[in-house]
Each structure stands twice: as structure tokens, then as C-alpha cells.
Ligand binder design. Sequence first.
Ligand code: UDP
Ligand code: MG
Length: 311
Amino acid sequence: MKKRISIIIPCFNEQAVIEKTYETLTHTDFGGYTVEYIFVDDGSRDDTRKLLKRFASENKQVKVVGFTRNFGHQCAVSAGIAKAGGDAAVIIDADLQDPPAVILEMIRKWEAGYQIAYGKRVKRKGESRLKKCTAWAYYRVLRMLGGSYIPRDTGDFRLIDKKVVDFLNAIPERNRFLRGLTAWAGFSSCPVEYVREERAAGETKYTLKKMFRLAGDGITSFSDKPLKLPLYVGAVLLPMSLVYGVAATVLVILGIWEIGYVLFALVFTILSVTLVSLGIMGLYLSRIYDEAKGRPMYMIGEEINFNKEET
Ligand code: UDP
Ligand code: MG
């Protein structure tokens, strides 16, 4: 049977651009594969849903999932992935910032054996300097905090093999940072460079609040360093306070310092002990959180000589 590719397009209030996106996608060369378009309407309050229904009535390749309200981009993409029936799925924004022509290149990488072909933005057009700078800094901080496997400067524009789709559908994690999760699972992946275009029409649907939330999800789902921070600070402060406390006591006894300096040491010691205790709690919390995420313990890439009779 011919292989099928599912194209997942999350949309939120995209009436200004969605027709153009639909036209462009349906005229894109996908290397002869059968294609299904899964539009996920993330609770749009404009005419997006109506337009999507029209596309679906005209074209049986178009499938529409409509949310009851706005649940957010990562939820919309997750819903699309849950519905994807293809041998591979492609996640692409609805505003043509991710050029559909790049998908064919991703498909070629997939044919060559990669399970993920992710879009790497070499240039971003028409985005504010603030957005570019914060995005640049964010990916570096994220890696520093522990997400070392998360590729820099990538969004969700990517092709994922069915195995990755099945993995994402199987994990129970709710506050998802998809680009991190696919990287975490360690599937074989390969970048495809592209120039991020300007939005074809309409305005960004990623409000500052949503962006912060996504950024927070990225850090909190891949790093437990913030939880351990008090422990590190406390561990440095505690011996310093103790040494200072002893020195201050001696100096007070010798009549060189006032008694106030000992009180000072006391305050610092109490603070350090509190920080250390908080950090220890952080260690346990990090364990609980890790268990609660319910990610698999490991991922097996291949198995050799199992299910074979010994001779
Ligand atoms: N989007 C969504 N739900 C939201 C916000 C955005 O489904 O709550 C979709 C949006 O329609 C678009 C994609 O996510 O297809 C990326 O959003 P946008 O282009 O506004 O973000 P930006 O490119 O400015 O970061
Ligand atoms: Mg956009």
C-alpha cells in the first residue's frame, strides 16, 4: 500500500490566512505520497472553523478537529498527532511562516532513514528584534539547564515518523513541550535548514503570556535544576556563615567586636539551613515529578537476536 503522510496544521483565529495556506498546501509537491491534512481548530472565535468545514466538504483529504475552546498550540498539535493515521506526520504552522516546500526535503530525509527531520531556522524574517533575541537566549538557557539534547533554534515545524507519533500518543504528560519530548526520546534526527518567512497575513496568536508559558513548560519539563538551586546556594552559604559565626564569637569574647555581629552570623546560619532544607525537599520533589511525568525509563532503538531459536 502506498505510504501516507499526515500534515497537521494547528489554527487559532487564522481566517485571514487559512485559505491561502490551504491553497498552498494542496498545491505543494509531497513526492507523490498520499496526504491527509489534519486541521486542528484550537477554539477560534472568527470564521476559521467555517472555512475549514468548507475545505473538508470540497476535499476528502481534509480532516478537521475542532476544540470547544482555546487550549493552546501544544494541545492542538497533540490532538493532531493523536488523529494522524499516516506513516509520517508533519507539523506546520497555519500562517505560512514555515514554507511548505521544505516538507519535501524532510520527506527525503525520512526516506533516507531518519525518524525526525526538524526545521532549523537559519533566518527569521519579519519578527521583532525582541522575539529573535529572547528566542536565541532561551534555547541557550534551556540547554544549559539540562535540555542538552534539544536542538537550538527549532520550532515544531518537523516531520516525525510513525514511531515518534506512537511514542507521543503513549506518554501521559500534559504540559507538553513537544520539540523537547521528541528530542528527549532520542530518535534519529536530522536538521533541514530553512528561512522562516514573515507571517502571510494576520497577527501572531502567541501572546506574551502564551510564550512565557511555553518557555516555562520547556524548562520545567526538562530541568530540575531550579528545584535544586536553594540547595546549592545554601551549601555554599552554610560553611561561610559557620566560619564567620565562630570568628565573630571569638572577636566578641576578646572585646574587639560588638555582640551585634554574632546575631548577624546567627541570621545567616538560619537562612542557610532553611535553604539547604528547601533544596533537600526540591530533591524529593524532583523525584516525584519525574515519576509523575510517566515517561518511559529508556527507549530501545533496536534489538538483535531476540525471538530467535538458539541452534
Ligand atoms: N496557535 C494555536 N493556538 C494558540 C496559539 C497559536 O493553535 O493558542 C497556532 C497558530 O494558529 C499558528 C501556530 O499555532 O498556526 C503558531 O502561532 P503563531 O504563528 O501565532 O506564533 P508565532 O509564529 O508568532 O510564534
Ligand atoms: Mg507564526
